[in-house]
Design a protein around this ligand. Structure first.
Ligand SMILES: [Zn+2]
Length: 469
């Protein structure tokens, strides 16, 4: 039985959807004002894989992930670029799809955009005012936190603690410092919509309540996102939704840990790989996903060049073995699901049933790959086909790993380098056999200047690199 960590209860709990066999989940999506970085890639990869696992287990999943396409950051960036905010947001939604595709992140069932839900947002705000949970003040509308006694229950914070962290903006006229904006009155030169409180735009938190409840209903199963969203974003979402409907909003709150920079300052090199497009170009999809899924989703992940290189080497070992199996025709064989296959399958399910323990599932892939290698060495085609099948057709597709042959540019570059060296050494050997030592010594010397050392052995000429990269 699947168990997940529920932020709301603070416990690992059995997962029981509201409706048998169906799961409705909402994931807070990106604010579209720049290219995706690995910090946004983590929830995208993790919850996409989680959804695939739910489907693997036979659930019919309805997943919603929004795009926040109106926000101060977007308005400021669009103004700086001299572009209409909508055009600006459109551009980065298009860029999101490119990165998501390259990362192997599937589209959700719905990708609503905030600006398409303004009538729904206004309707919710009107109903909250009518119920005494919100009030208008100078064209702004605020949620009345004190009208919702359970406020703080999701983030496990007390009112006093929350109050000490709050900064009061003198331009806002709230009744209580923790009250948050549902509607903001229009500032000059900002996009705005007509409302019962004059022209303005939605506050941030209300959009997710409007989009999730419109598409999934007033109560649904999973609400997910990064743990930086627990407070205030999710706390506020929960308060306004439950104040409105009187029903529990999301049943399970799942949060992924943050990306850290290994305690170091964000060096330029880390800055570059932080950008998903760049990281993908250099390392490829499998490396990035392996890097992100090798840690449990609730833990922080440390990002460094070295850790990505490590994942890159691990990914290559797997791909090399799979490639070898394909070359030997193992991939085409039909597989008998014997006791060993069933045991591997249940170990995979046990790992992911235990709060989506992807590090354990990843280590199972490595184990299967060593089994594949030794089966290939022994000529045990049946076992090789079984191991190949488990990695490429069963576990791989759930984690979005090793499901398609791919090569990163670094790897392609390294293969090219090895190929060129092979040709050069071939030519040099030919010259040596003709005793043309003047040329062969010159080749050796020039290569040494580049840090490549040649060693002539009875088995042929080998080369080593003094320093790598
Ligand atoms: Zn949200």
């Amino acid at each position: 039985m699947l168990r997940v960590t529920n932020t709301y209860t603070g416990r690992k709990e059995p997962f029981e959807p509201l409706e048998d066999g169906k799961v409705k989940m909402y994931v807070c999506g990106p604010t579209v004002y720049g290219l995706m970085h690995l910090g946004n890639a983590r929830p995208a990869v993790v919850f996409d894989a989680f959804r695939r696992y739910l489907e693997y287990k036979g659930y019919k999943v309805t997943m919603v992930q929004n795009f926040t396409d109106i926000d101060d950051k977007i308005i400021n960036a669009a103004n700086a670029a001299g572009v209409d905010f909508k055009r600006y947001a459109d551009r980065f939604i298009a860029e999101y799809w490119i990165d998501a595709h390259l990362l192997g992140v599937r589209a959700a069932n719905f990708h609503p955009r905030t600006t398409d839900y303004v009538p729904e947002i206004i309707d919710i705000i009107q109903r909250l005012i009518a119920k005494g949970h919100a009030y208008e003040s100078g064209g702004d509308v605020y949620f009345d936190v004190r009208s919702f006694p359970k406020y703080g229950a999701l983030s496990h914070r007390k009112i006093d603690e929350m109050l000490s962290g709050v900064r009061v903006d003198p331009t806002e006229h709230k009744r209580f410092p923790l009250d948050f904006a549902l509607w903001k009155t229009a500032k000059p030169d900002e996009p705005s919509w007509e409302s019962p409180w004059g022209r303005g735009r939605p506050g941030w938190h209300i959009e997710c309540s409007a989009m999730s409840m419109s598409l999934l209903g007033e109560s649904f199963d999973i609400h997910a996102g990064g743990n930086d969203l627990v407070f205030p974003h999710h706390e506020n979402e929960k308060a306004q939704s439950e104040a409105l409907t009187g029903k529990p909003f999301a049943r399970y709150w799942m949060h992924n840990g943050m990306l850290r920079f290994s305690g170091e300052k964000m060096a330029k090199s880390v800055g570059n790989i932080f950008n998903v497009r760049e990281a993908l170009t250099r390392f490829g999809k499998d490396t990035i996903r392996l890097f992100l899924l090798s840690k449990h989703y609730t833990s922080p992940v440390d990002l460094s060049e070295e850790f990505l290189q490590e994942s890159s080497r691990a990914a290559r070992r797997v791909r090399d073995s799979l490639e070898r199996a394909r070359e030997l025709g193992v991939a085409e064989k039909f597989v008998k699901a014997d006791a060993w296959v069933h045991e591997m399958e249940s170990r995979f399910q046990e790992a992911l049933d235990d709060d989506f323990n992807t590090p354990m599932a990843v280590s199972l892939i490595f184990e299967l790959v060593s089994e594949l290698n030794s089966a290939l060495d022994k000529g045990d085609e049946e076992r090789a086909a079984q191991a190949y099948d488990l990695v490429v057709r069963e576990i791989g597709p759930v984690l979005g790993l090793f499901d398609l042959p791919e090569k990163s540019t670094e790897e392609a570059g390294e293969n090219l380098f090895s190929g060129v060296m092979e040709i050069l050494l071939d030519v040099r050997n030919k010259l040596r056999s003709e005793k043309r030592y003047e040329i062969t010594d010159r080749i050796r010397k020039r290569l040494e200047e580049m840090g490549i050392k040649l060693k002539d052995t009875p088995q042929g000429t080998k080369f080593t690199l003094d320093h790598h990269g």
